[in-house]
Design a protein around this ligand. Structure first.
Ligand SMILES: Cc1cc2nc3c(=O)[nH]c(=O)nc-3n(C[C@H](O)[C@H](O)[C@H](O)COP(=O)(O)OP(=O)(O)OC[C@H]3O[C@@H](n4cnc5c(N)ncnc54)[C@H](O)[C@@H]3O)c2cc1C
Ligand SMILES: *[C@@H]1O[C@H](CO)[C@@H](O)[C@H](O)[C@H]1NC(C)=O
Length: 564
């Protein structure tokens, strides 16, 4: 051990000296095979070098710099190389090699889950992207990276694992995590770096509120196990930490008994006030309809969405043409905008409720809620199919070449007292603007649902409105036509302008909106618009502690140079 440490010190010293002498900064772009960057990196890695799989060919670096956003702004430089780790130790060695390039020029290192970010957040401009899925293909395979505890209390999942695989591993034991995202083909480390929200968050909090322990590799290259009991500050920093404080290589996630089925309910409303009034009754504590639904979301149906929704094509309101026509008529009466409450009641399996309980709960709901009578649509589906509902939409869009298209998404959080002003200005204003005599809508789904702030932990890094007991999330999720199509570029530009207009509207109307899955062009936006003074000071202090050379997740554009 001592000998090894000595060798490392010598190796680092030699490396520092040589880089000082040659003054060779990392070249701006890899020049293809045999790049000096890879040679330097292998030098820095020393004994670790032969074991690490690194690629710097154009295909690997291009793949690692594209993401679900599929937009060309911000322009982010490709990485110089991609690491395909077979164990967490590989990632730690890479981070230590970057650290060793100090004092002046450590190279960026970014974990990349599936690249479902939309603005280059998983990019590593001029540095190394870590292809996280490779961890699951290591010697132990997935079995070693995904295991349910003997007492059934939790599942240990590699940071690279997909939530859909976590679901199936837990279901094999009659168990399930409690908090989800709408789409499950996202990685554990990726959603825990943001928050992870869906219709269960009102009751169980975001996914980051359901983690018991993490294995993390910090920006110093240290491998740490942390929890609320042990290294709590690092644990809280990493959860919602936008990849800034460490790479999550394992998360211990709380489990509960799994239901077998979901009764999936959609109810139509003609005003934002009636929808949100019912949503808030449903998520409140105690009394009336509260607690009757296990999942509460909602959406705004504009012109384009009334024609059908990609989120659940197999289960749009009803297959019969008659109810389709009735929905259209209701929309016309309501002035072109409808609201839909989407809920689910879980039952069967190991959950507390059986078939007759769910029927009773549903009966009370349909009697007590204030939707438009005659516009309730109920489906009964397996629990796992309900949770994985967006995947069928993905497959059909892929088949039509409409998945790898630009996604200028905007996700916001805002306090409940402002939601009706927001609805009036945005849903009935900006998104309904007449565009060449053709009301286009949002170009994709528009989600709206409330959450209880006491289920969020303000010690964690995720930013949410703290001033009221309830806050809303609004997701405006358009798909633009492919850039290659005739009106592709124009449509994308129109949508981007629309997003900017929404942000300007909020500012002018005094609506305190904070972005989720945020994008700001630089540090100033993060500091002033996102964090605010107190949270920013804490975020910077944590950065100084866990990643002072700003090596990790630079694609977020929060820190672009070392702090110390
Ligand atoms: C169709 C679709 C639906 C979605 N629905 C929801 C939803 O309902 N709710 C919701 O909350 N989100 C949702 N998202 C957003 C999703 O949470 C983000 O895209 C998130 O970034 C996860 O994607 P990923 O796993 O591919 O991570 P990436 O995009 O690869 O990475 C995201 C960020 O985390 C960092 N990172 C990745 N892995 C790790 C790790 N192991 N440790 C530390 N940092 C890491 C990256 O460097 C990057 O900064 C949705 C996205 C899509 C495309
Ligand atoms: C968008 O996706 C298409 C199809 O995969 C691809 O050819 C194009 O390069 C992508 N554009 C950007 C900016 O990522």
């Amino acid at each position: 051990m001592a000998v090894e440490a000595q060798a490392l010190v010598t190796m680092v010293a030699v490396f520092l000296l040589s880089s000082f002498l040659t003054k060779s900064a990392i070249p701006e772009a890899a020049a293809g095979g045999g790049s000096s960057f890879l040679d330097e990196l292998r030098d820095a890695l020393g004994d670790d070098a032969p074991a690490l799989v690194l690629r710097d060919d154009a295909e690997a670096t291009a793949r690692a710099s594209a993401d679900f956003g599929n937009v060309s702004s911000p322009v982010f430089a490709a990485p110089q190389a991609v690491l395909y780790p077979s164990s967490p130790g590989d990632i730690a060695a890479l981070v230590r090699a970057s650290w060793a390039r100090a004092p002046a020029s450590p190279f960026p290192v970014s974990a990349r889950g599936r690249g479902h970010s939309t603005r280059g957040q998983a990019a590593a401009p001029g540095g190394v992207v870590v292809d996280m899925p490779s961890l699951g293909r290591g010697p132990g395979g997935t079995a070693e990276r995904l295991s349910v505890s003997a007492d059934g209390g939790y599942v240990d999942a590699g940071g690279e694992q997909l939530w859909v695989d976590v679901l199936h591993a837990a279901l094999a034991h009659g168990l399930t995590p409690r908090s989800w995202t709408d789409y499950l083909h996202l990685t554990v480390g990726g959603t825990l770096s943001n928050a992870g929200i869906s219709g269960q968050a009102f009751r169980h909090g975001p996914q980051i509120s359901n983690v018991l322990q993490l294995d993390v590799i910090t920006g110093v290259g240290e491998m740490v196990t942390c929890s609320k009991e042990e290294r709590a500050d690092l644990f809280e920093a990493v959860l919602g930490g936008l990849g800034q404080f460490g790479v999550i290589t394992r998360a211990r996630i709380r489990l509960a008994p799994a239901p077998a089925r979901a009764r999936w309910v959609r109810l139509l409303y003609t005003t934002a006030a009636s929808l949100t009034g019912d949503q808030e009754r449903l998520i409140a504590d105690g009394g009336g309809v509260s607690g009757l639904l296990d999942y509460v979301e909602g959406s705004v149906l504009l012109a384009d969405q009334l024609a059908g929704s990609w989120r659940s094509p197999g289960s749009s309101f009803s297959s019969d043409a008659d109810s389709g026509a009735r929905v259209q008529a209701l929309a016309r009466e309501a002035g072109g905008v409808l609201y839909c409450l989407e809920g689910a009641l879980y039952y069967g399996g190991a959950s507390a409720d059986g078939e007759s309980d769910v029927a009773k709960r549903l009966e009370v709901l349909l009697r007590e809620l204030r939707y438009e009578r005659g516009f309730a649509f109920v489906h009964d589906v397996p629990y796992s199919g309900f949770l994985d509902r967006v995947h069928s939409g993905e497959l059909s869009l892929r088949a039509k070449g409409l998945w790898d298209v630009p996604h200028p998404w905007l996700n916001l959080f805002l306090p409940r007292s402002h939601i009706l002003d927001f609805a009036a200005g945005v849903f009935h204003g900006i998104l309904r603007r007449d565009n060449d005599n053709h009301i286009t809508g949002a170009g994709g789904p528009v989600l709206i649902y409330p959450m209880n702030r006491d289920k969020w932990d303000e010690k964690m890094s995720a930013v949410f409105p703290e001033e009221e007991e309830v806050f809303y999330t609004v997701g405006i999720l358009p798909s633009a036509p492919p850039a290659t199509s005739t009106d592709g570029g124009d449509e994308l530009r129109r949508m981007e302008e629309q997003n900017e207009e929404i942000m300007r509207f909020c500012e002018a109307a005094g609506i305190p909106c904070v972005q989720y899955l945020s994008y700001y062009a630089g540090q100033d936006g993060w500091e002033k618009k996102h964090f605010g003074p107190a949270r920013w000071a804490r975020f910077v202090e944590r950065k100084r502690q866990y990643d002072p050379k700003a090596i990790l997740s630079r694609g977020q554009r929060i820190f672009t140079s070392p702090l110390a």
